[in-house]
Design a protein around this ligand. Structure first.
Ligand code: NAD
Length: 484
């Protein structure tokens, strides 16, 4: 795929720099296992350097007017857009998603940051009536300071932008810690923003392990806020580690998302959306449809349509076949989990409708390709119906009345996104109000929009991302009371 081994260093105060102890790690292609890059692994000493740079940059950035910040951010995203093909290529190399999808992700990330740039000039305070003629009361919001932004590998640039957008707009400085699976595209994106005019020290990138580097960032007294996307167990560890220094924390965590297909649903649309959300990015999405509950009377027809949609999807080399629907899965562990969930379901009586493992001819030698998989006759005790598979595997069970469907959908430790398919307006309202998740999509799969708050319930999250509400995750509130 690539004969050239890329070299990436840390990015601190606008400078490329090796790590304090000179250690590096390797990134390998999920397509064929070939080495792609050698990356500097940051240490706790590097965290000190990055925090010092960020604190200095924060003083200058937060002192700008909101209009100055908005204009600087927009110039930076305009520059990053011109580099979308190159950043998308890095994402294809390290993560495995087809390059066209990587490019779109970068452009979408710029749109998100621009959405928040506009918010910079709308951070309004309030003036309150007071209990005394000579009192005046004013509430203002101020940037929280240095933010540690900890991201996963499935959407390495998009999920970064959800945090960078509000952080930069409100006047905060940022230290980004991407995963060791996908350090290249987020670092290239941040470098592009700095090349486009964001001050160097304001946006630092420290690649490295979660357990050591991530933990050092979370505990650092100079970091005021943690914004993390990742798995629920990691999120809980971060919340506990942040407690002694009482940092503000927002967490977007795992999901095990149900879809209910009612008897009156447009089955063609439900199958299309379920396949898109179940298999896009090889199911490596927090909002992936994991388990489907379909009404008994339409189950046969729906399953046939879902199988057909799954079999339409093309698998291909993410660089050589840019328009492929699916590339390889990003990690070997992910492939193992998908295989284990399929085997578990089959051993408990599920029926394999399509997929089930690697394609007979793999697009990459030894690559991590996995066919979109549909398991019928699924039951709640199967792992695919309870755990986050994070792979292209969907279980389908049957229900007979809506109360049962809602009970099954809510029977989960997660509460991120629920999907509902019905043509009946009353059912759409009543059922979506009863579903225990931060987002409900009725008849579609366009889950994340800049204007809509994304907040996981139960084990799926803590705080809010996206929408105007996320801005307040990066602000402190101050009440100033005067006696005249
Ligand atoms: P992960 O939890 O393994 O890692 C996430 C990030 O946390 C990585 O950068 C990792 O290095 C870091 N980390 C790990 N241990 C840490 C520690 N002790 N202290 C500080 N940082 C630490 O998740 P992943 O495997 O990279 O991503 C997949 C997970 O992310 C899935 O569970 C998925 O559902 C979730 N996710 C959630 C959303 C959402 O918006 N809710 C979006 C995408 C992915």
């Amino acid at each position: 795929m690539s004969s050239l081994l890329l070299q990436h260093d840390l990015f601190i105060d606008g400078q490329e720099t090796p790590s304090a102890d000179g250690r590096r790690f390797e990134v390998r292609s999920p397509h064929d296992g070939a080495p792609v890059a050698s990356v500097a692994a940051a240490t706790a000493a590097d965290v000190d350097r990055a925090v010092a740079a960020a604190q200095a940059a924060f003083l200058a950035w937060s002192a700008l007017t909101a209009y100055e910040r908005e204009s600087r951010i927009r110039k930076a995203t305009a520059h990053a857009r011109t580099l979308a093909p190159e950043i998308g290529r890095l994402m294809a190399l390290e993560q495995g998603k087809p390059i066209n999808q990587g490019c779109s992700e970068v452009l979408g990330a710029c749109d998100t940051i621009d959405y928040y740039a506009a918010e910079a000039v709308r951070i309004e305070g309030t003036i309150n009536p007071t209990e005394h003629r000579d009192y005046r009361s004013m509430v203002i919001h101020q940037p929280i300071g240095v933010c540690a932004v900890i991201t996963p590998w499935n959407y390495p640039v998009s999920l970064l932008s959800w945090k960078l957008g509000p952080a930069l707009a409100t006047g905060c400085a940022v230290i980004v810690k991407p995963t060791t699976v996908t350090p290249l595209s987020p670092a290239a994106f941040c470098r592009a923003l700095v090349a486009g005019g964001i001050p160097g020290g304001l946006l630092n990138v420290l690649p490295g392990s979660g357990a050591t580097l991530g933990d050092a960032l979370v505990r650092h007294p100079g970091v005021a806020k943690i914004a993390m996307t990742g798995s629920s167990p990691t999120g809980k560890r971060i919340l506990a580690a942040a407690a002694p220094t009482l940092k503000k924390v927002s967490l977007e965590l795992g999901g095990q998302c149900p879809a209910i297909v009612c008897v009156d649903a447009d089955l063609g649309n439900a199958a299309k959306v379920a396949a898109y959300k179940g298999f896009r990015n090889c199911g490596q999405s927090c909002s992936a449809v994991n388990r489907i509950f379909v009404h008994r009377d339409v189950a046969k027809s729906f399953l046939e349509k879902l199988r057909a949609e799954a079999e339409k999807l093309t698998l291909g080399d993410p660089l050589a076949n840019p328009a492929a629907d699916l590339g390889p899965m990003a990690t070997a562990d992910g492939v193992e989990t998908a295989r284990a969930h399929v085997a578990d379901a089959l051993s408990k009586g599920a029926r394999l409708l399509t997929g089930g493992g690697a394609p007979s001819v793999s697009p990459g030698p030894g690559g991590r390709y996995f066919l979109p998989t549909v398991l019928a006759d699924a039951t709640p005790d199967m792992r695919v119906m309870r755990e986050e598979t994070f792979g292209p595997v969907v279980g389908v069970a049957i229900f007979t009345d809506l109360d049962e469907a809602v009970r099954l959908a809510n029977d989960s430790d997660y509460g991120l996104v629920s999907y509902l398919f019905t043509r009946d307006l009353a059912t759409a309202h009543r059922v979506s109000e009863r579903l225990e998740s931060g987002t409900v999509c009725v008849n579609h799969g366009a889950v994340n929009t800049n204007y809509g708050p994304y907040a996981g319930w139960k084990d799926s999250g803590y705080g809010v991302e996206l929408s105007r509400r996320a801005v307040f995750e990066y602000l402190k509130t101050k009440h100033i009371k005067f006696q005249l």
